[in-house]
Write a protein that binds this ligand. Structure first.
Ligand code: EPU
Length: 334
């Protein structure tokens, strides 16, 4: 357990902005959390790995952080294994563990930064899989009543990079455990283009081969946050209607555009940014990664406000050029 005042969050946000929280509380168990909640100075902000956050200022409340550990099998049958993990478990440690056991479902989500708890808040996704595809249920503590609540997958209302914990129930619940339903039988998901190519000649890959391929792809495209501050994709890929997609395809016939459920189309924010000329751009201490335009980076010595100003310029240029409103995936605090 850690209780501190005027605590630096530089190591708790992968952008590496040097912000300070008035109070900080890290808990190792649900009991510790419940005992502390009535006395914690409000507002409370629950932080995971800090890999999806942009602090614009110091935080004048309490930042709480889960260090709840542990991975255990809580149920199993012929086809599936139900694995419960503490919200403080490092996400990729969890994925690695499941891959070692040969339990299928999480392997495409290899090497995503963050913790188990935030995987449910954010519904992390990559290479054709989202956390919602494997989350069975989420256990949380109600910050007012201190009751433990269990939400089924449906009750979490998962959507693209979002859930009830980011929307209606924001700040109401603190996630303590997530239970995943993983398959004992091989279930490779190789629909993503980069995986399709790699596995064209290997129709039944080992789970470990998929994890290794994904780690290699991610390392080649995304910056190592210990070397260069970033928060992964900064914006969501815009979902637009057919008339908007057709309008853009007329001017840009090679624009990536994917049909989604409900007759809508997903565009590539990375492509929009690159086409608007942002890839490799730098302004002072912040900029746009030169290998992937959807990644905004902090070179050190900058502030969240500097990043915010770059974000505004990028959004305006995309609005002016394509009539598209880019929505940040990253959460702004302050
Ligand atoms: N593209 C460009 N220029 C760029 C970057 C991308 O033209 O600088 C185009 C490429 O044509 C490519 C397309 O954009 O075909 C899509 O790029 P990529 O495959 O890298 O995927 P993405 O849509 O940019 C999403 C997720 C990533 C996830 C990857 C892999 C979002 C916002 N991002 O990125 O998630 O790892 O797919 O599945 O949905 C994250 O959320 O932080 C994250 C990294």
């Amino acid at each position: 357990m850690v209780k501190a005042e005027h605590y630096s969050l530089q190591n708790y946000n992968t952008f590496g902005f040097p912000v300070i929280t008035r109070y900080f509380f890290e808990y190792d168990s649900e009991e510790q959390l419940k005992r502390a909640l009535p006395e914690i100075h409000r507002p409370i902000f629950n932080i995971g790995g800090g890999s999806n956050l942009l602090f614009l200022d110091n935080y004048n409340g309490t930042v709480i952080h889960s260090a709840i550990d542990g991975i255990e099998v809580v149920n199993q049958d012929y086809n599936y294994v139900y694995v419960k993990a503490g919200s403080g478990v490092i996400w990729d440690d969890f994925v690695e563990y499941t891959v070692r056991q040969n339990w299928w479902g999480a392997e495409n989500l290899s090497f995503i930064p963050g913790q188990v708890g935030s995987s449910a808040v954010q519904n992390v996704g990559a290479y054709g899989v989202e956390a919602k595809d494997i989350i069975y249920q989420v256990e949380a503590v109600d910050t007012d009543s201190l009751q433990t609540v269990i939400l089924s997958n449906g009750e979490c209302r998962f959507s693209y990079r979002s859930s009830v914990f980011k929307a209606e129930l924001k700040d109401k619940y603190v996630i303590t455990y997530v239970t995943f339903k993983l398959s004992r039988k091989p279930k490779p998901v190789l629909t993503n283009n980069s995986l399709k190519e790699r596995f064209a000649a290997i129709p039944y890959p080992f789970i470990k081969e998929i994890r290794n391929a994904i780690i290699e792809i991610r390392q080649s495209k995304l910056p190592d946050v210990s070397q260069l501050g970033s928060a992964g994709s900064f914006f969501k890929n815009p979902i637009v209607d057919k008339s908007c997609a057709d309008r853009l395809l007329q001017s840009y016939p090679s624009m990536p555009c994917f049909a989604t459920d409900g007759g809508m189309f997903k565009l590539s924010a990375g492509w929009l940014l690159e086409t608007a000329g942002w890839r490799g751009y730098r302004s002072g201490n912040v900029g746009v990664y030169d290998k992937h335009a959807l990644i905004l980076v902090h070179y050190g010595g900058g502030t969240g406000k500097e990043m915010l100003s770059l974000v505004g310029k990028i959004q305006k240029s995309v609005r002016d050029k394509f009539l598209i409103e880019l929505e940040p995936e990253v959460i702004f605090i302050g």
